[in-house]
Design a protein around this ligand. Structure first.
Ligand SMILES: Cc1ncc(COP(=O)(O)O)c(C=O)c1O
Length: 352
């Protein structure tokens, strides 16, 4: 089937200026981007065009009412040079779930998938092959329609930009369990990937960084007694040999890495529980030695082991394990993503 996407190639390329052996996360961008406008009540034909700034009127509603959503995914290149995505239809479904919550018109699947695969085919040389690197892919929608009236815009832009990237965190992270601020509330937008969710986290995270932590672990807004998630990751806790993660809700993003890890763990015979996790049980487990691991899981960081957590002025260290669930699960998921092992769950998606 032919794809309804137009392509305008850039006359020059920046690729030779990029040091693929020393990539940071998400700070250099490829030569092209996908742009698709919503005007006159319909999403128009997506276009691959040279990467460039966009022009918006100062009254565009994105600036005033924060009507914006995004996704985060990665493209990988295997040792034969073939390009792959990981469960992109899950990102598409979540994108539209976020769109609905933010009163943004939902995108047809073909606009998302054809736009994404066409862009990645054009940018294939930008997908790194170095271990631990990938092409981070950022689809987003912003309200480009004008007006100071606090109501949904009548025009939007769907854009995909890509950044060849290395690791999100270097090494283990130290986190602070939040006791005052909240990321999300029942009935709110916590389950959506809405830009404003992240803006609201920056200040409490800055306070945590000033105290020597890299990340905040969000707790429920009502009691602050339950562990919910980290900045851009879902949280797993291993008590004795059971791997536990909280249930998704109005307040928690339904992470694709989270659900993949749960499935892999179950397949590998690791006992899993999806249930509310109290801060007090984690503190108690840290004190009595049954807390073996804590890690974050998300597309950007994949699996990010937590070295220590702070709570009510005390730091609790986690043990250094030779064979951790975190490293076992990370190895397996990255092996699937990079086409190094059989894809028994049917998660890999060919770009070309
Ligand atoms: C708040 C939040 N939680 C969890 C995740 C992990 O989701 P995923 O595994 O789909 O990347 C992300 C990142 O997308 C996030 O922003």
């Amino acid at each position: 089937m032919t794809k309804n996407v137009t392509v305008e190639k850039s006359k020059t390329s920046k690729i030779h200026d990029v040091d693929f052996d020393n990539l940071s996360f998400g700070s250099v961008y490829t030569d092209h981007m996908l742009v698709c406008d919503y005007v006159d009540g319909a999403w128009q034909t997506p276009k691959v065009i040279p990467y460039q700034p966009i022009s918006l009127d100062p009254s565009a509603k994105i600036f005033h009412y924060g009507q914006s959503i995004f996704e985060g995914m990665k493209a990988y290149k295997d040792e034969n040079g073939k390009a792959w995505l990981f469960r992109p239809l899950e990102n598409f479904k979540r994108f539209n779930k976020s769109a609905k919550r933010l009163a943004i018109p939902e995108l047809p699947e073909s606009h998302f998938m054809d736009g994404l695969t066409t862009l990645l085919q054009v940018e294939k040389d930008w997908i790194p092959q170095n271990p631990g690197s990938s092409l981070y892919v950022r689809p987003f929608i912003l309200a480009s329609g004008n007006g100071f009236h606090a109501s949904p815009a009548d025009e939007y832009k769907f854009i995909i930009a890509c950044a060849p990237s290395g690791a999100y965190f270097s090494g283990k992270v130290k986190v602070l369990i939040e006791e005052k601020y909240s990321r999300a509330a029942n009935g709110g937008v916590g389950y959506a990937k809405a830009g404003g969710n992240y803006a609201g986290q920056f200040y409490p995270t800055q306070l945590a960084v000033e105290k020597g932590y890299q990340q905040v672990i969000w707790t429920d807004d009502n009691t602050h007694e339950y562990i919910e998630e980290a900045g851009a990751m879902n949280i797993f806790v291993r008590i004795n040999d059971t791997l536990i993660t909280g249930p998704t809700s109005d307040r928690i993003l339904d992470g694709i890495t989270r659900k993949s890890i749960l499935q892999i763990a179950e397949d590998q015979g690791i006992a899993t529980e999806v249930r509310k996790i109290t801060v007090s049980e984690v503190v108690e487990a840290a004190k009595n030695g049954s807390l073996k691991e804590m890690f974050g899981a998300g597309t950007a960081a994949v699996v990010s082991p937590i070295a220590a957590f702070g709570y009510q002025g005390t730091d609790y260290e986690l043990p250094e394990l030779e064979q951790s669930y975190a490293s076992q699960l990370k190895q397996y998921i990255t092996d699937i993503q990079n086409n190094r092992i059989e894809d028994k769950f049917d998660w890999r998606y060919p770009v070309d």
